[in-house]
Design a protein around this ligand. Structure first.
Ligand SMILES: [Zn+2]
Length: 264
């Protein structure tokens, strides 16, 4: 168990390194497979020794080996966060299809978090990748073994999750567009990313995720308004809140639901 946990963490670090490439290249509409990574400062092609997750950054003291241009702290942070997310998901759900599904979903959502935060877009490629993976897990549920994350062996649960969560958010986005005459930070990208989230989490967890993301987003917006960091006209990206909510609900959704229903 400990050995598998360590392997999971290291695999997460390596995938995090690939996510850095995605985060940098997808918004520029560049290929994520070629050319090999190079320093954006001097164009020097990175060697294997410069691409060891987290360690290379520490050994190089955060500077390019060739031109000494600073390397963004975002690179080791994304690697570390991905490794930790993989590890805690494994520790929570063990060696199971649920761990695999959640690791897949969270891994897609890490670039969603950063790309939406910086560029205010959620790339379609990430939505489609999520849907393809979600479809594979759905087939597993239908033909091999019911998935416990859905909390129902019924065939419709993931589909209801996909349609209800993105459908409700679509109505919210439409309403805010009609009322405020702008997109107010909530866009079609946010609606679309709930398609794979709903398909992978099933309807209970995805509706909880939708509710939690609106809560997180609402509270943060109010705090930013009070602190005058943002004004009423500035758009706050909603994607990062969806990502945080998906993580919380994917990990502890049924604990939250049981606690809440126990209070009624
Ligand atoms: Zn350089």
């Amino acid at each position: 168990m400990t050995f598998i946990a360590i392997v999971t963490f290291i695999l997460g670090l390596c995938v995090g390194s690939f996510l850095n490439v995605c985060i940098y290249r997808i918004p520029l509409e560049k290929s994520i497979v070629s050319p090999p990574s190079s320093c954006p400062g001097c164009g020097n092609r990175l060697k294997a020794i410069d691409m060891i997750p987290v360690l290379s950054y520490i050994l190089l003291k955060g500077k390019c080996r060739n031109c000494k241009a600073p390397i963004s702290i975002q690179y080791p942070l994304v690697e570390l966060v991905t490794g930790i997310v993989w590890l805690v998901t494994f520790l929570r759900y063990g060696l199971s299809i649920e761990t695999l599904m959640l690791i897949f979903l969270f891994t897609i959502l890490i670039p969603v978090f950063l790309i939406d935060l910086v560029h205010m877009i959620i790339p379609n490629g990430l939505v489609i990748t999520g849907l393809i993976g979600g479809a594979v897990f759905y087939l597993y549920h239908l033909f091999i073994k019911p998935i416990s994350l859905y909390d129902s062996s019924h065939w419709s649960t993931p589909l209801i999750g996909m349609v209800s969560s993105s459908g409700i958010l679509f109505l919210v986005a439409l309403l805010s567009f009609v009322i405020y005459k702008n997109d107010g930070g909530m866009g079609m990208g946010d609606v679309k990313i709930f398609l794979p989230i709903g398909l992978i989490l099933g309807w209970k967890l995805s509706l909880l995720t939708l509710f939690a993301s609106i809560m997180f987003g609402g509270i943060t917006s109010i705090v930013l308004l009070i602190l005058r960091i943002k004004d009423r006209k500035s758009a706050i990206p909603f994607g990062p809140f969806i990502v945080l909510a998906t993580f919380v609900c994917g990990m502890f959704g049924y604990n939250i639901l049981n606690w809440y229903l126990g209070m009624l």
